[in-house]
Design a protein around this ligand. Structure first.
Ligand code: AP5
Ligand code: MG
Length: 193
């Protein structure tokens, strides 16, 4: 069995996946794959994938599974000497969760834990509207934020059931200071690393 630590950081838009990933990286020295960041890089580079993704992302919609899975696989294989990987923003659908399991299985690996950040909707909206003042992200506008949250509820929240069945789902209370939340994550990881 491959000994790499494979962590899924999960939660609605604005729940702190990126923020807490930075803390985990600092703490464990693992690598990070944020599918949102990968797509935004493709957009900035003006690639064909980026052109196609931009319209969807700006409208708060998902990029097709087949495209995102290929991108993810490419990013993961770049990191095969790493201590571990945090998956941020992936999986976002149950199909993606199944594909991730298959992709890891052929590499002799599996997900070690799924950290699921729980944050009330009003707080998500407040954080993202605030971030929108400086982020330059076209999807950080109130209407698009609401749409992203709705799509999360419909298409992404069912991923929780997938990891519950795998005994990997670990809820983390995602409100409080960044450090308070990270100390909850540290506690959850202490049984694993
Ligand atoms: P992605 O970039 O993954 O966006 P998201 O899931 O909507 O989440 P965010 O990055 O906005 O929030 P976050 O949870 O990382 O929180 P953060 O730490 O930044 O995806 C963007 C788009 O790409 C998708 O909509 C989709 O179109 C496409 N895409 C990506 N992956 C895909 C996939 N797998 N399949 C299909 N399409 C895909 O924090 C948010 C803000 O809150 C920050 O300003 C932060 O400073 C602040 N904050 C953080 N923690 C706290 C705290 N404790 N207290 C107060 N403020 C805090
Ligand atoms: Mg993020």
């Amino acid at each position: 069995m491959n000994q790499m630590l494979n962590i899924v950081i999960f939660g609605p838009p604005g729940s702190g996946k990126g923020t807490q990933s930075d803390k985990i990286i600092e703490h464990l020295g693992v690598s990070h794959i944020s599918t949102g960041d990968v797509l935004r890089k493709e957009i900035a580079l003006g690639t064909e994938i980026g052109e196609c993704a931009k319209l969807l992302i700006d409208a708060g919609q998902f990029v097709p599974d087949c495209l995102i899975i290929k991108l993810l696989e490419k990013e993961y294989d770049k990191l095969n000497n790493s201590k571990g990987v945090i998956f941020d923003g992936f999986p976002r659908t149950t199909d993606q969760a199944e594909e991730l399991k298959k992709m890891l299985a052929v590499r002799g690996a599996d997900i070690s834990v799924m950290l699921s950040l729980e944050v009330p909707e009003e707080e998500l909206i407040e954080r993202l509207v605030n971030r929108g003042k400086t982020s330059g992200r076209a999807d950080d506008k109130l209407n698009t934020i609401k749409k992203r949250i709705k799509i999360y509820e419909e298409r992404t929240a069912p991923v929780i059931d997938f990891y519950q069945k795998e005994n990997k789902h670990t809820p983390i209370k995602g409100i409080g200071t960044v450090d308070t939340i990270f100390s909850r994550i540290e506690k959850a990881l202490s049984g694993i690393v």
